[in-house]
Ligand binder design. Structure first.
Ligand code: SF4
Length: 311
């Protein structure tokens, strides 16, 4: 199947997925945390996979079967979607549906001008920026041997300078690899230079390609969030739970858990939530006692963070 969903996505609302990589899985990377396993078919050569007409027809059929129009048509492949040499043609055809188009890419081929031009046709693009250090990049993303870190950076800068749509970045933190404070600071500085409208921080939440891969601790995730914020980045956490929009719904448990899924809640904000939801303050202690959330310190302030063990 080329299309799937729509799936609820905190990043994209209701998103109809398009997998434009037919053979499992072709990628320029073999990230240690990859959820679709080890890369058996490494490639950096773009090639034709599905005919754009076939992709268009599959999307049309899928849209016909579902009642609600999705918020996005999203290229999210079992591999790297920009390896598809027809990506630009497919995006152009899909524009006929008048639904915004998103592409989630590892950004490794952005130094190719054609890839940049084709991706520019999309409305929303997420680029992977896990680390700003070549040796860690090699250990974490395990790029194809002919990829160069400097060219990857160059591609990121060039694309961000021409892209007129919504640019997001996504940083996957892995314990012991890219979660040290100095590395996180350097990653935040790099991301700040490409000026995404939002910088997502995520952690491995599904079985990874390499079984020893672990999530960083809650304290580390909180520290990363604070470092990103201090770098001026509009930051959100994607730590495994695609929560609904956070608001004051009157259901204080949902409000706390949904907000914790996106970012740590500072103590004073927590007081505000409890007040607005007119909640019994002992609920907070129950969530702490039940290990649903944890209280952590950062910069002389206390924050509540989601306990990932409970997900
Ligand atoms: S870039 Fe994406 S698909 Fe490719 S190995 Fe990394 S996580 Fe998996």
């Amino acid at each position: 199947m080329i299309t799937f969903g729509p799936v609820p996505s905190r990043r994209l609302g209701n998103s109809l997925g398009i997998n434009n990589i037919p053979v499992k899985k072709i990628c320029t990377y073999s990230c240690v945390y990859c959820q679709v396993g080890i890369t058996k078919h490494y490639s950096i050569t773009r090639e034709a996979f599905y005919d754009p007409v076939k992709i268009y027809e599959e999307v049309a059929n899928h849209l016909h079967k579902i009642s609600n129009k999705p918020d996005y048509l999203t290229f999210v492949a079992d591999g790297e979607p920009t390896l598809d040499i027809n990506l630009g043609k497919s995006i152009e055809k899909l524009k006929n549906f008048e639904i915004p188009i998103a592409v989630i890419t590892n950004a490794s081929l952005l130094n190719d001008p054609e890839v940049r031009t084709e991706l520019s046709l999309a409305d929303w693009v997420s680029v992977k920026i896990d680390v700003n250090d070549e040796s860690v990049w090699k250990k974490l993303n395990r790029p194809h041997k002919n990829l160069s870190f400097d060219k990857y950076l160059e591609g990121l800068f060039l694309f961000s300078s021409i892209f007129k749509g919504k640019l997001a970045s996504e940083t996957m933190l892995v314990q012991g690899l890219n979660d040290q404070v100095d590395l996180i600071r350097s990653t935040a500085t790099l991301i700040e230079q490409i000026q995404p409208f939002i910088a997502y921080i995520s952690v491995p939440t599904r079985p990874p390609a390499v079984s020893s891969v672990k999530k960083p601790s809650e304290n580390t995730i909180n520290t990363a969030y604070q470092i990103f914020k201090e770098a001026g980045l509009n930051t959100e956490l994607l730590i495994g739970f695609e929560g609904v929009n956070t608001g004051y719904t009157g259901n204080v448990i949902d409000d706390i858990m949904d907000m914790c899924a996106v970012h740590p809640i500072r103590e004073d904000t927590m007081d505000e939530i409890l007040k607005k939801d007119q909640a019994d303050p002992t609920i907070l202690q129950l969530l702490l006692d039940g290990n649903y959330i944890k209280k952590v310190a950062y910069n002389e302030k206390f924050f509540y963070v989601r306990n990932m063990v409970k997900q």
